[in-house]
Design a protein around this ligand. Structure first.
Ligand SMILES: [Zn+2]
Length: 219
C-alpha cells in the first residue's frame, strides 16, 4: 500500500502522486482493481489521414511523370488506380481492425478484384482468372482457419467466414462455363478443394456451424 505522509492517508491501488495534495507517496502500490485502458498511440483517423496524404503524393508524382514522359509510360493509369484501391484497402483494414478475419477476407477480395482489373487492362492474358483466383480462394480458407485457431477463437465465431469464402469461390464456375477461364484445371482443383473442405466442416462440426448460423441468421 502507498501512503502520503503529508495527508496521513493510505492510498489503495497505484497512484503516481497523492490524489489530494499531489505530493509524493511512499510504499509499494498494488495492481489496480480495474484494468487501465492503454492510450492508442495512433488513432484510426490519423492513420487514414497519413495514408490519404501518401496516396495523394504518389498520384501527383505519377501525374508529373506522365506529363514529363509525354504519356509514354503505359502503366501510370494502372499505378494510380492501384494506389486508390490500396487506400480503400487501408481504410477497410483500419475500420475492421478489431476483427482480423474480416480484414483478411476483405483484403483478399480487394486483391482478387484488383488482379482481375490489372489483367483486364494489360492485355487480358487471363492469368488472374486462371491462377490468382483459385490460389487466393484456397489461401483465404487456410488463412481464415490459421488465424481463427491461432487466436484461439471458437470455430463458431469464424465458420461463417469459411462459408463466405466458399460462396465467393463459386464465381469460378460461371467463369469456366462461359470460357472466360481458358485453362480451367487450377480453378477446378481449387474449387473442389474449397467446397469439399467446407462440406467436411459442416458435416463434422455441425454444432458449431448451426450455432453460428442461428446467431447470425436468427434461424
Ligand atoms: Zn497528500
Amino acid at each position: 500500500m502507498q501512503r502520503c505522509n503529508r495527508c496521513k492517508m493510505d492510498i489503495l491501488g497505484y497512484k503516481k502522486a497523492c490524489p489530494l495534495c499531489g505530493g509524493s507517496l511512499v510504499g509499494e502500490g498494488e495492481d489496480p482493481a480495474y484494468p487501465t485502458i492503454k492510450r492508442k498511440i495512433m488513432t484510426r483517423a490519423l492513420l487514414v489521414r497519413i495514408s490519404a496524404f501518401v496516396t495523394i503524393v504518389f498520384i501527383v508524382i505519377m501525374l508529373l511523370l506522365n506529363s514529363v514522359t509525354d504519356g509514354k509510360i503505359t502503366w501510370i493509369p494502372l499505378a494510380v488506380i492501384s494506389s486508390l484501391v490500396c487506400f480503400a484497402d487501408i481504410c477497410l483494414t483500419v475500420y475492421f481492425r478489431s476483427n482480423p478475419i474480416k480484414t483478411i477476407t476483405w483484403q483478399m477480395v480487394v486483391g482478387m478484384i484488383l488482379s482481375v482489373l490489372v489483367d483486364y487492362y494489360t492485355g487480358w492474358h487471363r492469368w488472374a482468372v486462371i491462377w490468382v483466383l483459385p490460389f487466393v480462394f484456397v489461401l483465404m480458407l487456410i488463412t481464415t482457419l490459421s488465424v481463427g485457431f491461432g487466436l484461439r477463437m471458437n470455430l463458431r465465431d469464424f465458420v461463417l467466414y469459411l462459408m463466405l469464402d466458399t460462396l465467393l469461390s463459386l464465381v469460378q464456375i460461371p467463369l469456366i462455363k462461359t470460357g472466360v477461364n481458358t485453362f480451367p484445371y487450377p480453378a477446378m482443383w481449387g474449387e473442389a478443394a474449397v467446397v469439399l473442405f467446407f462440406v467436411g466442416i459442416v458435416l463434422l462440426r455441425w454444432r458449431d456451424f448451426k450455432s453460428a448460423s442461428d446467431r447470425y441468421f436468427n434461424m
